[in-house]
Design a protein around this ligand. Sequence first.
Ligand code: AMP
Length: 279
Amino acid sequence: MNIIRSVSEMQAAAAAVKAAGRRIALVPTMGALHEGHVALIRAARTKGAAVAVSIYVNPAQFAPTEDFKTYPRNLEADAALCRREEVDVIFAPTDDEMYRADASTWVEESLLARRLEGERRPHFFRGVCTVVAKLFHICQPDVAVFGQKDFQQLRVVQRLVRDLNFPVEILPVPTVRDADGLALSSRNQYLDGLERAQASVLYKALNVAQDLFNQGETNAHRLGAAMLRTIEFAPAARTDYAEIVDGETLAPLHEAKRGDVALVAAYIGKTRLIDNLVL
Ligand code: AMP
């Protein structure tokens, strides 16, 4: 397995794979890899393509107040996991390789990215769209794998690929969870013991909404309020949002229907976590 650190080398390696008649499946990550990322890598493998995993903590998607500096980084452990999963190449560029000091071109999705995460983290999706576009140009994937854990991100990336005609198939992968339902996330490392015990409240809230919906409650406001109450029951939790939105457009709703999605974001102590469940 190769670890490539420069853009030009990665582009050359991708061109060589293509010239040999092989397809490329890309798994974009920020590293600190866990079983959720493993599920993405295994999904990529099913495509019979060469599997590339990008590991890059993208500064463009963090606000100055966020955790860019402290975000967990451990390339050695990540490389060991990738080797075990028979990944063909890791692309782990430096910041200098990815962004020139005077970079002035950005990619923006202006509809799906506006609400929810985009409302609370104004630069987030511009950073995500820009880095995804760059990774696609650099790694030349035929398939790119994204987790449903970041549901809004998945929908924004699908829209980006559609609107800008990237010749890339987006392969979504269901959320991988711990035994108590907490969605795996690199940021779970920030939680102390007490917080970790309470963090499953996000998933509990989603299930409360699902159960109410199954019992016939379709009022989106009441479903949101029930999720909020469930989250706030945990002393360490503070809800950022708890909403039911359209599963395709992410538009807010009055009446929920099957295929719509429950989305929650909450602080557990100082750590902000997100989760979702399709009704
Ligand atoms: P990240 O490294 O957190 O930026 O995530 C990289 C990719 O892995 C994204 O497509 C995420 O949606 C996906 N991912 C992260 N956590 C999970 C999980 N628990 N289950 C499935 N996919 C995940």
